[in-house]
Design a protein around this ligand. Structure first.
Ligand code: FAD
Ligand code: FES
Length: 341
């Protein structure tokens, strides 16, 4: 048995399975209700209950005061009937408070010579609210910060997934690649940045990633599939050689499963037997889409790619406000500069 939840003022509606918490169901279906701790302590998930009733299977949440009539805490509440709730959904990055918290390195997966996939686990009962495509900062022991994009989508938030490229001589990535151990405790601040999917647009989407610039695009694409976006999506992944496509099967699978998704890998230093696209990734985009006046573009990766992309795309009709990017600058200065953007 399931119940319907109507959200005002957005008018969104979603279903909640029997025994499921309202917030879990919303996250699963890509509805951005606000939340913080997700364990009944902070009160950030508070909503007005304007129709129906709820139960709290684990008992009244600690945050709930005696006079909380007409209020429900969606992270703990389970519907006892169809509901109408009033709560302002998260629509922009500014709506989510930036938090500093500890996390544990849960798994380290070597994807190729110089890319590691890192899974982070937050303390028991904690989840990070973020928009698909945002990034976090590691706060290192010396207080400096290193930025990495979140590669998972918000509905799949048991872990925070990062794709990290080795920068030879880099303080943090040298440490990681020289044998950082699972269970290491790190400090992060998150979520950061204004690079996230604009869900309200109806325009076809071009996603261009250079190297690990694929990471935030993975989050954006998985979120778009989750909420059922039907707009055409074209992913261009630019790397040097085939081995740099560090998750080669994933975008192929997306293309096989979703008629509105199209994947074009582009190699700048192609292997001899490469039969696919060659050259600079932004040039491949323009060759396929010479008129960008009716598109939205998301691009992430090395600064030279971002600079080249900006210049060329704007000169091919792309409106400035339809261009979203995260330039992967190096070092502490870049991370500091971007905090809170
Ligand atoms: C918003 C944002 C999101 C990011 N997301 C990701 C991500 O998802 N994955 C990812 O792999 N990286 C990402 N980066 C880049 C990442 O933050 C840097 O690579 C980071 O500085 C590496 O940390 P480090 O301590 O190993 O190197 P640092 O100690 O920061 O770098 C060492 C020194 O080497 C220089 N340097 C080293 N290599 C180069 C190079 N190739 N070109 C220019 N200068 C160089 C730097 O200027 C610096 O002085 C992101 C950056 C930003 C700003
Ligand atoms: S998210 Fe903290 S009380 Fe619900």
């Amino acid at each position: 048995m399931s119940f319907k939840v109507q959200v005002e003022p957005s008018g969104h509606e979603f279903s909640v399975e029997s025994g499921e918490r309202i917030l879990d169901a919303a996250v699963r279906q890509g509805i951005n209700l606000p939340y913080g701790c997700r364990n009944g302590f902070c009160g950030d998930c508070q909503a007005s209950l304007t129709k129906g009733s709820v139960d709290y299977p684990d008992g009244i949440p600690p945050v709930m005061a005696d006079n909380s009539e007409g209020i429900c805490y969606t992270c703990q509440a389970v519907p006892a009937s169809d509901l109408a709730i009033e709560v302002v959904e998260i629509a922009r990055s500014k709506d989510i408070p930036i938090r500093t918290m500890p996390c544990k390195v849960d798994r380290i997966e070597r994807l190729n010579e110089d890319v590691i996939r890192l899974y982070l686990k937050l303390p028991e009962g904690e989840r990070l609210q973020f928009l698909a495509g945002q990034y976090l900062n590691f706060i290192l022991k010396d207080g400096s910060k290193r930025a990495f994009s979140i590669a998972n989508a918000p509905h799949d938030d048991d872990f925070i997934e990062l794709h990290i490229r080795h920068v030879s001589g880099g303080l943090f990535t040298d440490l990681l690649f020289s044998g950082m151990e699972e269970k290491t405790i790190m400090r992060i601040e998150a979520p950061l940045g204004s690079y996230y999917l604009r869900e309200e647009s109806t325009k076809p989407i071009i996603l261009m990633g250079g190297g690990t610039g694929f990471a935030p695009l993975k989050g954006i694409i998985e979120h778009a599939f989750q909420i059922g976006i039907q707009r055409p999506m074209h992913l261009y992944w630019g790397v040097r050689s085939r081995s740099d496509l560090y998750l080669p099967e994933l975008p192929q699978r997306w293309a096989a499963e979703h008629a509105n998704f199209n994947y074009i890998p582009v190699l700048s230093e192609p292997d001899d037997d490469w039969r696919g696209r060659k050259g600079w990734v932004h040039e491949a985009v323009i060759a396929d889409h010479p008129d960008l006046s009716d598109h939205e573009v998301y691009m992430s990766g090395p600064p030279p790619m971002i600079e080249a992309g900006k210049k060329v795309f704007l000169s091919h009709g792309l409106a400035g406000e339809e261009l979203y990017s995260d330039s992967f600058e190096y070092g502490a200065a870049a991370a500091k500069q971007k905090t809170g953007t």
